[in-house]
Design a protein around this ligand. Structure first.
Ligand SMILES: C[S@@+](CC[C@H](N)C(=O)[O-])C[C@H]1O[C@@H](n2cnc3c(N)ncnc32)[C@H](O)[C@@H]1O
Length: 501
């Protein structure tokens, strides 16, 4: 099999094996059957490139060290079950799962048949008990409607002013209630195995009371496997079905078993999120709406401080400034775009969150405003902005590569004009790396590149550039003088291109 990543979800039809092989690295402790607090390993998928940001957030908010997987885009960390609700409040993670078992160096057999047989046997050898307890606890937490959306619940914020404390408190309170309900339920349920005889205190018929439906999803990456993710999901799924006597269902499943295989690393888990946690702020989508988790990563890069003025001059649907206004709410955000529909979407997204907050009893608004403007000619005073954070047109779905050759230099110059010399920062996302680097090199030292984080945006390899506004005075180069008159001269830029090349 060639080097590739593949994903398959299979219910699995057939048999179960009898013995497993490699060593396990489960970090569970205590007997879950007592309903005591137990320690488990949580796995989280995060936007690729922002694994360290996620680890930082986990340390800050949950107080534990996260391990970054070899498989980019995943982190693992231990929690005690009383902290489960806090995990759902993390802003940098997309999907969560509890680890059943992990193997750092799984020795796959040579032949496909032997390997698949061993995977089947593995299902009955794993200790599922603690992970299933966490799954149950998690399900009780999830019954608390709206417990996550628009949530905040930081323990520590980089800018920890609580201007929206009421909303945060309401959300935190709901989670705490959810958590204590979940805890009492766990204590009440003395049987770790999930079967048709288990009881549930909820009004709706709980999955335990009926036949559990499940599916197995296999994510596989690596070039030394003799099998496909489909085959692994099918055979492992069949064995899980046989072992638990669950019913396979690809779409309406209660339990999603994850089989993550990355070269020699094998991790078996149970999903704790039905949909990615990045779907939290946006109700009015655009063609290039960014995931809120990626926005959070970008915001953390520029470390917003109390009373910073932060601009997203190409805001689209407002995903970045909205995440900022919710999570780093001691700064003030201005979201602008030159496209009416984008501005309208941003306004609608802000209103939607405000409404949700008002329904939860929060009177405070979000520190954000919107405006229609052309980034190349901002109605903003020189040196008045602390941070510019934006997702530039890649020139694929938005704009064109050709237009970027004019747009990028004009943007960077206008951003340099409004940004505070010496202390101002910019965090810019683009996939048009060549054009961006060329434009930066022509800025006459107004910007200094501090860091680049390589990310995957919808399958495209893009860069998040952290720039510092140097102390250089704007208006010294011929381009600056020209731009500061508020005009974008394409021909002029072309001339300069020739002179420089
Ligand atoms: C990649 S999209 C931003 C998507 C946004 N981050 C979101 O999550 O929806 C780029 C945006 O730049 C805007 N844009 C392009 N040229 C502009 C200009 N000269 N001034 C202001 N906005 C501009 C486009 O209208 C588009 O909404």
């Amino acid at each position: 099999m060639s080097s590739q990543e593949d994903v398959a979800a299979e219910p699995g039809p057939d048999t179960m094996g009898s013995s497993s092989s490699s060593s396990s690295s489960s970090s569970t402790e205590n007997d879950a059957t007592t309903g005591d607090i137990i320690t488990v390993t949580i796995g989280a998928t995060v936007p690729t490139g922002f694994e360290h940001t996620a680890a930082e957030e986990i340390k800050e908010k949950i107080g534990v060290d996260a391990r970054i997987s070899k498989d980019r885009g995943r982190v693992y960390f231990p929690i005690t079950t009383d902290k489960l609700f806090q995990v759902h409040l993390l802003r940098s993670v997309d999907n969560l799962f509890v680890v059943v078992e992990e193997y750092d160096h799984y020795q796959f057999k040579e032949s496909k048949e032997e390997t698949l047989m061993e995977l089947q046997q593995l299902a009955s050898k794993l200790s599922w008990t603690n992970a299933l307890e966490v799954w149950k606890l998690n399900r009780t937490l999830k019954k608390k409607k709206g417990y996550r959306k628009g949530g905040n619940g930081n323990k520590v914020k980089p800018t920890s002013e609580a201007t929206d404390a009421a909303a945060a408190d309401t959300e935190q309170q709901e989670l705490l209630q959810g958590a204590s309900a979940a805890e009492s339920q766990t204590k009440a349920e003395s049987t770790p195995d999930v079967d048709s005889s288990a009881q549930d205190s909820g009004e709706a018929a709980p999955p335990e009371a009926k036949l559990i439906k499940f599916r197995v999803t296999c994510n596989r990456a690596g070039d030394k496997h003799s099998f496909s993710s489909n085959e692994a999901a099918r055979d492992f799924g069949g064995a899980v079905q046989e072992f638990f006597q669950w019913k396979a269902d690809m779409t309406k499943f209660d339990v999603e078993v994850l089989l993550n295989i990355h070269n020699e690393e094998v991790i078996i888990g149970i999903a704790l999120t039905e949909e990615s946690l990045h779907r939290r702020n946006i109700s009015h989508f655009g063609p290039t709406t960014l995931r809120s988790t990626l926005c959070y990563g970008m915001l953390r890069l520029c470390k917003p401080q109390v009373s910073d003025i932060i601009l997203d001059p190409m805001c689209g649907t407002g995903a970045i400034p909205l995440e900022g206004a919710i999570e780093f709410n001691s700064s003030f955000y201005i979201a602008g775009d030159n496209y009416d529909m984008a501005v309208n979407r941003t306004v609608n997204n802000i209103c939607h969150i405000q409404k949700r907050r008002a329904e939860k009893g929060s009177a405070s608004g979000l520190p954000i405003d919107t405006v229609r403007w052309d980034l190349c000619n901002l109605p903003v005073r020189t040196s008045s902005v602390d941070i510019i954070i934006t997702d530039m047109p890649f020139g694929k779905r938005m704009g064109s590569k050709k237009k970027n050759w004019d747009l990028y230099p004009s943007c960077l110059r206008e951003m340099a004009r409004v940004c505070r010399p010496g202390s101002g920062k910019a965090v810019l996302l683009t996939q048009d790396k060549k054009c961006f680097s060329k434009a930066i090199s022509r800025m006459g030292g107004l910007w200094k590149k501090l860091l680049t984080v390589w990310v995957n945006v919808g399958g495209l390899h893009a860069g998040v550039y952290l720039l510092k506004r140097t102390g250089a005075v704007f208006g010294q180069t011929p381009e600056d003088v020209y731009e500061s008159r508020g005009k974008v001269n394409t021909q002029g830029d072309e001339k300069d291109d020739k002179q420089l090349s």
